[in-house]
Write a protein that binds this ligand. Structure first.
Ligand code: Z5A
Length: 230
């Protein structure tokens, strides 16, 4: 692993001196595992690292998480209501935690961010992507990550991991298989449309190998940003 210089000031896009990384992918793709590994590697290199998950990590976000993931005895939640609660949790997390951390130069690692809304509520529920993007602009200041790591895991492999965990499925996980297939397709389409920001990592390999590819992508993007500044 190469060394990443800590605390280098950056003003790319004029937003903040920190570095914003998001992890995306279907459930079970290994995001939580890789957020922890990357966080440890970056801290070892001297960075302040703030890891957050969506929805969650604020009082409002945790309430939203219970609302969104709990089963309601079969009562369907309207797709727009679902999208707006995810977005509300994001707006709170962004202003309460993420932006202050980026402004003081920290590396923020988000376990899911706006691409999850585009993939799950856009691709999965069929909501209009342009409207979702406009909502992101209007509610979250159009803040996008410097780098997004899409952990690409085929549906069957994700299901195998879920079953192995022996945990009961939550409301999102228990959606029909077609929903999850559409979500994966949407993530792949987002990555194809934005190859500069979204790096796809094959996630069906051993975790340590996945971590090495992630480190290479993070190092490369940080280096690019430094060159843009120089
Ligand atoms: N959602 C949405 O619809 N719209 C939005 O805007 C947002 C979210 C922000 C949040 O679920 C749900 O909300 C999610 C999307 C939706 N629903 N779905 N479906 P969550 O936060 O509770 O969970 P998750 O994000 O879906 O993922 P997860 O279950 O926490 O999985 P993960 O973090 O990707 O993977 P993991 O926990 O690191 O690993 C899963 C298991 O696999 C575990 O036993 C590991 O030890 C194992 N693992 C990890 N890596 C490997 C490798 N490389 N090989 C083998 N086994 C591995």
């Amino acid at each position: 692993m190469t060394s990443l210089e800590a605390g280098a000031p950056r003003a790319v896009g004029g937003h903040w001196p920190g570095f914003f990384i998001s992890f995306e992918g279907v459930d079970g793709a290994g995001k939580t595992t890789q957020v922890a590994a990357l966080g440890m590697a970056l801290r070892h290199d001297g960075h302040e690292v703030i890891a957050v998950r969506e929805p969650g990590d604020t009082a409002l976000g945790e309430l939203a998480r219970s609302l969104l993931l709990a089963e309601y005895g079969g009562e369907p939640i309207d797709p727009w209501a679902e999208a707006l609660v995810f977005i509300a949790a994001r707006a709170q997390l962004l202003r309460q935690v993420v932006l202050p951390a980026l402004e003081r130069g920290a590396v923020v690692i988000a376990d899911r961010y706006v691409d999850s809304t585009l993939a799950y509520q856009g691709g999965g529920r069929g909501l209009d992507l342009d409207v979702l993007r406009r909502l992101h602009r209007d509610t979250c200041g159009d803040v996008w990550p410097d780098l997004t790591l899409l952990l690409d895991l085929p549906r069957e492999a994700a299901e195998t991991r879920q079953r192995a965990s022996l945990l009961p499925f939550d409301r999102m996980e228990s959606a029909p298989a077609g929903f999850h297939v559409a979500v994966l397709g949407a993530f792949r389409a987002l990555a194809a449309a934005e190859p500069q920001r979204i790096v796809t990592i094959a996630a069906g390999r051993p975790a340590v190998v996945v971590s090495q590819d992630i480190w290479a992508a993070v190092s490369e993007r940080l280096e690019e940003l430094r060159e843009e500044l120089a």
